[in-house]
Ligand binder design. Structure first.
Ligand code: MCA
Ligand code: AMP
Length: 494
């Protein structure tokens, strides 16, 4: 039995699937090209048997065709972030041990050396996707691993979150039902494609529904406004930082442009915000200039989407609504007992969309679940009149900046490798643009150039992990036990 995502394509064959910088492509094109790609990846085998395939491709047609090619060959798709420096990409190669990396020609340089040192072949997207013969493809069952996304945690370096095809299908079905997706939808993608937000909520929901996915390779506020003004876009999903940038672009525009853009936004039937808390002033300003009350929802790489405000009905500012179809959510205290009504607790989630494991981390996987099988999100919330309100993370060491999750400890480990750094503490400081801004307080054993520290971070880590502010301090604030107190460190920057 073929996976539903692929068999549904037959129904939509001549409809437009992807409109991207490379051109426009139908569902028929997607079926054909991904079959050719899968055949090439199989290289004579019947099934890739969950071999990992890394791919470093900018958002667009080639990204989608590559992911489907990997999936249809029975491989595990490991999307690699196009913004990441070679050191972060090398980490993914070491951890995921892909059989091959597919790279866009413009990106190949970034991964070629690390791949060759590890004996991993690099295949360019033209070589994978050019026309050619296609053979018999494996029959996949929903329990097969399909994707692995890297996400930061409080311990160690990023972990690979493995989802099966069944998990992905459950995540998609839930959103298609809740947000009323249909084949007549047309979504504008402006998110990166190394997260659930862009991959599942936007691209896979669109392709499941037979809808059109229009891709902007990089977010550009003026371009987003003008795409809406054309009138064909019906759906948009973004992180709060992007809505803020859209507001700023609108405010910079002249009177007639503003009017045109505001009217254009009304063609869109639904606009969703998530990945980080949506500030109420942004929600209110957005409603003033577009007439849209943003639908805020809550999710996590490990679970897909968990909570959502309703498509129809009250969308309460500052709240993320109630559990999505097929998702069970509960609030628990530190002893894993339910919290009484009106009190805060940890969000725990169960359901068919929840991931299967952290790649090759049996212990971390076991710790992430309660004995009765609920996933511990590490986020705290309270239920108010039936709607959840997120209160924040339990760990001060997990930050969210511009929708990107960052581990403070990972950054500290890199800064400590500098010979002049005696000690350091990384914190997230509330910030209007980014939600939280990554800041580092450093105790130096000699002269230290803060730009040099940022350059060190930039070389080793993703750009959003590079501290925006670095402060040299004589000592770090500590409690009576000698432990660094992060709230006090945060105050140094406020
Ligand atoms: C880029 N920079 C950032 C970030 N992104 N700094 C902090 N936080 C960030 N997220 C840095 C750049 O390195 C640069 O630094 C400076 O900011 C300006 O870069 P710019 O080119 O303006 O940034 P950008 O490329 O436009 O990126 C900003 C962005 C991007 C568009 C907001 O970060 C983004 O697409 N974020 C969304 C991520 C996402 O999809 N998250 C979902 C994951 P310098 O000037 O020093 O070089 S969460 C998820 O999937 C769950 C399931 C969920 O609930 O959704
Ligand atoms: P990630 O691990 O990158 O998938 O990010 C998931 C995390 O983003 C969650 O654990 C939350 O801390 C945060 N998050 C997602 N959506 C929201 C939201 N609507 N409000 C507040 N935090 C959110």
């Amino acid at each position: 039995m073929a996976l539903s995502l692929f068999s549904r394509v037959q129904t939509h064959a001549d409809r437009l699937a992807v409109a991207a910088p490379e051109g426009v492509f139908t569902y028929h094109d997607l079926r054909e090209t991904s079959a050719v790609a899968a055949t090439r990846l199989l290289a004579g085998r019947d099934d890739m048997e969950e071999a990992r395939v890394g791919f470093l491709v900018p958002p667009g047609w080639e990204w989608v065709a590559t992911q489907w090619g990997i999936w249809r060959a029975g491989g595990v798709a490991v999307p690699m972030a196009v913004s990441h420096p070679p050191a972060e990409l090398a980490y993914v190669l070491d951890d995921a041990e892909p059989e091959v990396v597919v790279a866009h020609p413009a990106m190949a340089d970034r991964v070629a050396a690390a791949a060759s040192e590890r004996g991993i072949a690099v295949l360019s997207t033209p070589a994978l996707l050019q026309s050619g013969p296609s053979g018999l493809l494996p029959d996949l069952t929903p329990d097969r691993r399909g994707m692995m996304l890297y996400t930061s945690g409080t311990t160690g370096r990023p972990k690979g979150v493995v989802t099966t095809h069944g998990n992905i299908e459950a995540q998609v079905r839930s959103l298609v039902e809740a947000w009323g997706w249909s084949k007549d939808d047309h979504i504008l993608l402006t998110l990166p494609l190394h997260h659930v937000h862009g991959i599942v909520n936007v691209v896979t929901c669109a392709l499941w529904s037979g809808a059109v996915c229009q891709v902007l390779t990089k977010f550009d506020a003026e371009e987003v406004w003008s795409r809406w003004t054309r009138g064909d876009v019906t759906l948009y999903m973004a992180v709060p930082t992007l809505y803020r940038r859209l507001v700023e672009a609108w405010e910079r525009a002249d009177e007639s442009t503003r009017k045109r853009w505001s009217v254009g936004a009304r063609h869109v039937r639904l606009m969703v915000s998530g990945s980080a808390a949506l500030p109420v002033p942004t929600l209110e300003r957005w409603e003033e200039i577009t007439g849209h009350r943003l639908l805020e929802r809550y999710g996590m790489t490990e679970i897909g989407m968990g909570l959502s405000n309703p498509l129809v009905g009250e969308r309460r500012p500052g709240h993320v609504g109630s559990p999505l179809p097929g998702v069970e959510v509960r609030l628990m205290d530190d002893g894993d007992a339910p919290v009484p009504d009106g009190l805060s607790g940890q969000i725990q989630v169960r359901g068919p969309g929840v991931f299967s494991e952290y790649w090759r981390r049996r212990e971390a996987t076991a710790e992430a679940f309660t004995p009765d099988g609920w996933f511990r999100t590490g986020d705290r919330a309270v239920v108010e009149d039936g709607a959840y309100r997120i209160l924040g993370r339990e760990s001060v060491d997990i930050l969210k900046t511009g929708g990107e999750k960052v581990s403070a400890l990972e950054i500290e480990d890199v800064l400590r490798t500098h010979p002049s750094v005696v000690d350091c503490a990384v914190v997230g400081v509330p910030d209007d643009e980014w939600g939280e801004r990554v800041c580092a307080a450093v105790v130096a054993g000699g002269d230290v150039d803060t730009e040099e520290l940022r350059a060190l971070a930039r070389e080793r880590l993703a750009p959003y992990k590079v501290p925006k502010d670095v402060l040299v301090v004589p000592d770090l604030p500590r409690n009576s036990m000698g432990k660094v107190t992060k709230p006090a460190v945060r105050e140094l920057f406020e």
